[in-house]
Design a protein around this ligand. Structure first.
Ligand SMILES: [Zn+2]
Length: 396
């Protein structure tokens, strides 16, 4: 909506609604207080102690994978999750679109920012890649796509200071995306990075890897009549391929003996089955079923070991700041294996649920979810959406 039209709409709304509070209060005090508090939070990365064994960090950022999608595809309890040491059941990706989600992950050292702030200059201490470089990491980027859609690669380079992406030449194409562009075999690309990293003398390396394998409308090259197939079946097959690729990659890392931390973190959900409030595949409203995503962390060659359950599960409400703190905590340790993994999970910063796309937010208070669109009064979310949210808080 153009600014002038939006203003007229807003003025009409205020005149028509005598009992409404002043416009400045449409965005509740609570949201303002939330953002004020978040602006104070920052995770500091410290140079690792002398003699601490170096480890690599691999961030695998996945488009279109939410808890709701996993449930719809009957993959919530898949053995894949047992590969990890830590699993977050209540991680809020905040946003339900790709580029801003990448900005949020790559600004993880700072508390949750309002959507518009993502597109303004960011304080230097908020840049995850810069912070990792500062404490001794050589950084890399790799995407299993050409990075052109939504100006993804360029935007990340400018906003998040990502490195030039690894070349994709010679790697096999596994899918075509909804716009016809190629999606490269993620497994082959991860292996290409791994070979390059091993030739690199840098003691510490960090990779930002982005995959769009699960995007709505992406389809396997081998599926000549993919549109005739059941949508859930196709999605399930792609998720299983991704699981197998990540598993294979983690085995490759383990076989090398080099310590590494793998962070599996989706950008946002896909909306595979939709709801009464929003049709399948639509992501305009950042509903919890789109922003509550399965995040898992594996410590390879130096992890917490076989003791206790695997993975350790956190039901706490967390977001990107918790991942920054987890990485910073690993860097503070004399070795990756040191420290109590349960205590680490408990110590991670929690973030009350506020999701946000451009012009629309959802916030929780006492288990009730409210919708705050720009220029319209707050409304309660449908009970079906609130129920999904509350269920995620219950330990399984
Ligand atoms: Zn995405």
């Amino acid at each position: 909506m153009k600014r002038s039209l939006a203003f007229l709409f807003l003025a009409a709304l205020v005149l028509a609604c005598g009992s409404c509070r002043a416009v400045s209060h449409i965005f509740s005090d609570r949201l303002e207080a939330f953002y004020a508090q978040e602006s104070q939070r920052v995770v500091h990365f410290e140079t690792p102690p002398a003699g601490a064994p170096a480890f690599d960090i691999i961030l695998i950022h996945i488009c279109s994978l939410g808890w709701d999608d996993l449930e719809a595809a009957s993959l919530r309890d898949h053995p894949f999750w047992k590969n990890f040491d830590y699993l977050f059941t209540n991680f809020n990706s905040v946003v339900s679109y790709t580029n801003p989600s990448a900005h949020r992950l790559l600004h993880a050292p700072c508390g949750q920012m309002p959507h518009a702030a993502l597109y303004r200059p960011i304080p230097p201490e908020c840049g995850l890649l810069d912070e990792l470089r500062r404490v001794g990491f050589r950084t890399y980027a790799a995407f299993d796509h050409d990075g052109r859609y939504g100006d993804f690669a360029e935007e990340l380079k400018k906003k998040d200071r990502t490195d030039p992406a690894l070349p994709l030449d010679g790697l096999s194409v596994v899918e075509h995306n909804f716009d016809g562009s190629d999606i490269i075999d993620p497994s082959a690309l991860l292996e290409r990075w791994w070979r390059q990293r091993q030739d690199d003398a840098a003691p510490r390396a960090a990779l930002y890897f982005n995959t769009t394998l699960l995007h709505d409308g992406a389809h396997f090259v081998k599926d000549k009549e993919w549109w005739k197939r059941d949508r859930v079946d196709r999605y399930r097959e792609a998720v299983l391929l991704l699981f197998a690729d990540v598993e294979r990659f983690m085995k490759l890392l383990a076989a090398s003996g080099r310590p590494a931390v793998v962070v599996f973190v989706p950008e946002h959900g896909m909306g595979l089955r939709g709801s009464k409030m929003q049709a399948a595949g639509v992501r305009e409203i950042p509903l919890p079923r789109l922003t509550l995503v399965p995040v898992a962390v594996k410590v390879i060659n130096g992890g917490p070991g076989a003791a206790g359950e695997s993975p350790r599960v956190s039901n706490a409400p967390v977001s990107h700041l918790a991942l920054a703190e987890m990485l910073a905590a690993f860097l503070r340790r004399p070795s990756l294996a040191a420290g109590d993994s349960g205590a680490l999970l408990e110590s991670l910063p929690r973030t009350p649920f506020v999701s946000e796309n451009s012009g629309i937010r959802i916030a929780e208070k006492d288990g009730q979810l409210s919708l705050y669109p720009d220029y319209r009064p707050r409304t309660l979310l449908e009970p079906e959406e609130a129920e999904f949210f509350i269920q995620r808080r219950r330990p399984k």
